[in-house]
Ligand binder design. Sequence first.
Ligand code: NAD
Length: 963
Amino acid sequence: MSEPQERALEPLIRDIGSRLYREAARSRPALFDARGVRGALLERVLADGKLRTALFQFIDVLPQLDHAGAVADHFKAYLDGHPLAGVWGRLLKLGNHPALAWAVKASVARTARLFLVEESPSAVKSALAELGGFGAAATLDAVGEAVLTEREADAYVARYLSLLRWHQAAGVAPHLSLKLSALTPRFDPLDPAGSSERARRRLAPLLAEVVRSRAALTIDMEHYELKPLVLDAFRELVDACSERDWLPGIALQAYLPETGDDLAELARWARAARRRVAVRLVKGAYWDTEVALARQRRWPVPVYIDKADTDAAYERLTRILFDSRDVLYPVIAGHNLRSLSHALALARQLGMTREDWEIQMLYGMAAPLQRALAAFDVQLRVYVPTGDLVIGIAYLIRRLLENTASTSILRQTYADGEDPDALLAAPAPAPPPAGMKQAPHFANTPLTDFSRDRARDRFHQALAGVRAQLGARYPLAIPGVDAMPAGEQTAVNPARPGETLGVVELAGVAHAAQAVANAVQAFPAWRDAPVERRIECALRAAGIMLTRRVELAAWQVLEQGKNWREADADVAEAIDFLRYYSEQAARLAGWRATSSFPGEENLARFEPRGVAAIIAPWNFPLAILTGMASAALVTGNCAVMKPAGPANIVAHKLHSILLEAGFPPPVCQLLPGRGGVVGGFLVNHPQVQLIAFTGSREVGLALLEQAGRLAPGQSHLKQVVCEMGGKNAIIVDEDADLDDAVPHVLHSAFGYQGQKCSACSRLIAVGRVHDRLIERLAQALDAHPYGPPEDPRNVFGPVITREARDKALRYIEIGKREGQLYYQGKVPQDGYYVPPSIFTGIRPQHRLAREEIFAPVLAVLGAESFEQALEIALDSDYALTGGVFSRLPQHLAAARERFRVGDLYLNRRITGALVAAQPFGGVRLSGTGVQAGGPDYLKQFMWNRVVSENVMRHGFVPPAGME
Ligand code: NAD
């Protein structure tokens, strides 16, 4: 566009915008109609941010409340204490009265109906007629719950087919909008080809009908992580359709800086494919989640932070879209007066006709603006969501939030009465903040974003690289030993036990004795080395791990049967331990004053203990071994690492990294060998000062007992850091949102085949939620295939060994006697697979509720009340992790106070603790209560010594600080 045209656009925008504003300001949208209860409440909500949050949280839980008492309890819990005028205030005084439940539900339902059309032929018909009354067309969308099961995905397709028929019945060309994630419970960016294929397969009958009836279909854009998948699937489905004059559509979000490139790419592709597609340009509906998730994961924030940036991008994208209208049909979707006026002005300047483009707005949003558009020569299509109140609640909340946010154009126009000139001003993004300084303290290593092609390609290459190394020999390397290995272990892939990964030489007692002797000799120099040197080695090791992270993860896929994400997370955690403990070691190093005591100087310092036996499990093969070993090393101890048999290859990789990073060989030794032989020898050795053990309760307790006995020649007490198993419970309260609870319980219980110490193995369902919960959980689980995790389509893989499988199968038989086998999945024959199993009717005294199985076996227990559920949860010898899904603040508070486990998680999954953010470890028979990845952990690897000096000389006391 030329400069004069550019200059002429602003006055045109203001001219069109003022006209639009004047037309629209004649009436108010229904939500802002200040009459009645809703009007009074809305006024308060707009003025009081806390009330707004409380009200939305209450509305969020409302659909789950199926009796008057529950409505009253939640109403009070959320809204008591807030100033509520009029009827709602009086309702609060009603207490547990059925009238309260009725009145509240009726009021919310009325509000919901402003935005959400009931899913029935008659309601859809009248909504279409209402829109047709002012010349608007419609696109229909079935909104609902998260799709967690195949049955739910089927139901979605059926709903869309009905919408299509009802729309057709109105005598107009039907138009549908849908999300691809509603078509399969596994729409996973890690498996783009499989996800796209599953979604397209389910879409096929609907698509055939859509094309046949010459209906339009727009694919909605979803979360950023799904964007590449949605775009690819969209192109694939268009490529596969031979009907060339059918107009498919896709939505793109202006809040993503990447959208400019996506739009250009889409235009290129459409031109090459000689297809025309519609592009619905929206600002983006998931801003809060995108920002929060990216910050949690430490991924770059994918959206503009400044709203004005998005507004400015929207105008640029509008222009690109209009300029590409030969292949892209522009759909300008939004309610912003400025953005719409800009599009109208630009269309006029470019000489576009009514047929060249359209505007879309949401049903119930800015209705006066929609009607005002009738005065302009432009096509308006209204996006009509349909569904019932229960399943449409998330949609309703989004709309309410959007309408009442202080940045909302609707609020500014209709509630805050902002000046139209200000509303029509060109977006003016603030300049980016001056170079942000990196916080000097620890930050977790970001997990890999597998939605990016490059990340997946690299993982495939790493797997191929690891495969090229299969069969290698891993020799013992204990300095000063020439004895032959005590044996060797053939490491196999648990998903294909016939496949040899490598041959590991095993240490015997002679090697262990030499390793301890080496460490004893090396200790004084290592103890006296400056802490900076030890930290430097640890940080260098973290750096090496970071560069080799994909390879290290790929090894875990083959040696431990972890899926890609679990393997990646384990490597990230190992890096975190190295960095976090380095920071903590620096904090704890050197002399520090104890307290001020005039005339005396009292100083203390931590000292390393000596030789540390590090005895690790296999389930977090890199993270736990690295965590315990690095804690010992950075504090100045010599580490003799005894890994678990099924993790020997990964342990070798760690050992070579630690040596490469500069830890001297006698300070950091690897001793793969039989637990009972080599591990037992280390535990009983008189010159081992410290034992850091993580593993099963059986071995841990035996080891504590042995370490407590004085060996001949031993002249110290052994310090034992002992972290053991769990029998972790999740309580699902009656009011829990199952859209949330089901996927979190599923991953807590069945992630890595239940082989995490933090895994959920007891599910306690409160009252009436029981049947709904297990039905949905079982169906959701059924949607996940088991198979070799090398293939990213397989979310779940094998258990670690034949023994682990046999033990789990024995417990499954016990479960059949103690309760009912409610669900059992199918698994491949070859490999150490255990069919995922859910048992109901389990009681607290049953073995299934008491013993750690360490496999995908879940015991479900019923509780009559939340109080009883807490009692059941606490009735265990273990106390490692726990979880609660509830929307009642007092239940969450009760859990916070009384659900005494090492790591309690509220309304989220109970696995995946992050170093520093969630220090990890349990009490009772789960562990010592001093948590790994927390500020006190390193102290266990040291002892404290104090020196007091009398500094008084003949009555002269040096002033404090001068000593
Ligand atoms: P395990 O107890 O069988 O083995 C742990 C380690 O101890 C291995 O290195 C093993 O070789 C060694 N060992 C075995 N017998 C020994 C003996 N007599 N003397 C000395 N060492 C001996 O446990 P595992 O199967 O490797 O791991 C799974 C267990 O670990 C589960 O119970 C799980 O809950 C627990 N775990 C706990 C945590 C935690 O932080 N609390 C973390 C991970 C795993």
